[in-house]
Design a protein around this ligand. Structure first.
Ligand code: PBG
Length: 327
């Protein structure tokens, strides 16, 4: 009987050997924790579709950041949930808007020991739930929105954000923000562009988390990308890099690993992916039913994001997984 000469199994025989030959790793340095802070709460509020995540008060947010820091997570992205909303989303660029208040507190406690990112969009702050200014005919006005994004960027940077992360998918948003920041002397602010962001069904739990309902049962298909498109992401990402993006993002993660892989190959800026609320919720729900091992699947998915070529990942699992990675 002839023995097989190709024996890949040899390298799988012990855990230490498997680790030695692993092509990809996931480490604490690869995790960014998304956090929600809400105005006017007296105590943190659970989010039913995101078990383990909260709408924080400013004090509970600071406690959560301390816990993340303690577990070795050194990066966060903040989303603000205002008390009242209006047509133009003014809470987003108000110096006393909830995100700005929280950013100031985080920056003053943590200084440069954490990377403080701020999501930059209007949807949490607009009464109609769209990511920009809505015209009389109900469509979103690209260029009028850019001006408000610039004001939001300045408010966030003045409050202490190291990184602003425009997520609204308006054309030219990165260039406008870069120009606005440069003009105000903020030459060192990092722009993390949500470069390839798809109109996904996986943002559902996030919308509960930030209390966003799109008016008239609407959607974001006129500004977020069509899931059918792959090449288009390269065009979006190239445009963002040309306009001054320092880091680019693909969102969601698991359904767009082909895009992550493309952007890794074609561009040389740092690349990340957002493992979004629906991706977290699906794992949590199946695990709660005892159908999958949530921790195993979470690690597998986050590693897959790294394997596809992302340098880091935004994930609601950051705190939980940090404990595993520390062990
Ligand atoms: C827009 C924004 C969204 C998310 C991040 N930034 C929602 C949307 O585009 O509708 C979704 C994140 C998630 O689902 O975890 N401000």
């Amino acid at each position: 009987m002839a023995f097989p000469t190709e024996r890949p199994r040899r390298l799988r025989s012990t855990a230490a050997l498997r680790q030695l030959v692993a092509e990809t790793t996931l480490s604490l340095d690869d995790l960014v924790a998304p956090l929600f802070v809400a105005e006017g709460l007296s105590e943190p509020k659970t989010i039913s579709s995101l078990p383990g995540q909260f709408q924080h008060t400013v004090p509970s947010l600071l406690a959560e950041v301390r816990e993340l820091y303690h577990r070795g997570v050194r990066s966060l992205i903040l989303f603000g949930v205002p008390n009242s909303k209006d047509e133009l989303g003014s809470g987003a660029y108000d110096a006393n808007g909830i995100a700005q208040v929280a950013l100031r507190e985080i920056r003053s406690e943590f200084g440069d020991s954490m990377v403080i990112m701020s999501d930059l969009c209007l949807d949490e702050y607009t009464s109609h739930g769209h990511c920009g200014v809505v015209k009389a005919d109900g469509t979103v006005d690209n260029d009028a929105t850019l001006e408000l994004y610039v004001r939001t960027a300045l408010a966030q940077v003045e409050a202490g954000a190291h990184v602003v992360a425009p997520s609204g998918m308006m054309d030219g948003q990165v260039g406008a923000i870069r120009q606005g920041l440069d003009g105000a002397g903020y030459l060192d602010t990092v722009i993390l562009a949500y470069a390839a962001k798809y109109a996904s069904g996986l943002y559902g739990p996030f919308r509960e988390a930030v209390g966003v309902e799109i008016a008239g049962g609407g959607n974001r298909k006129t500004y977020q990308q069509d899931p059918a498109n792959r090449r288009e992401s390269l065009r979006e990402a190239r445009a963002d890099v040309e306009q001054g993006a320092d880091i680019i993002m693909v969102k969601p993660a698991m359904t767009y690993l082909d895009v992550v892989s493309d952007l890794r190959r074609e561009l040389d800026v740092p690349l990340c992916a957002y493992h979004v609320s629906g991706e977290y919720a699906m794992i949590k729900a199946a695990a709660a039913n005892g159908w999958i091992d949530g921790e195993v699947v979470a690690l597998e998915q986050l590693l897959a994001v790294r394997r596809a070529g992302a340098d880091f990942v935004l994930t609601y699992f950051a705190k939980e997984i940090a404990e595993v990675l520390q062990r």
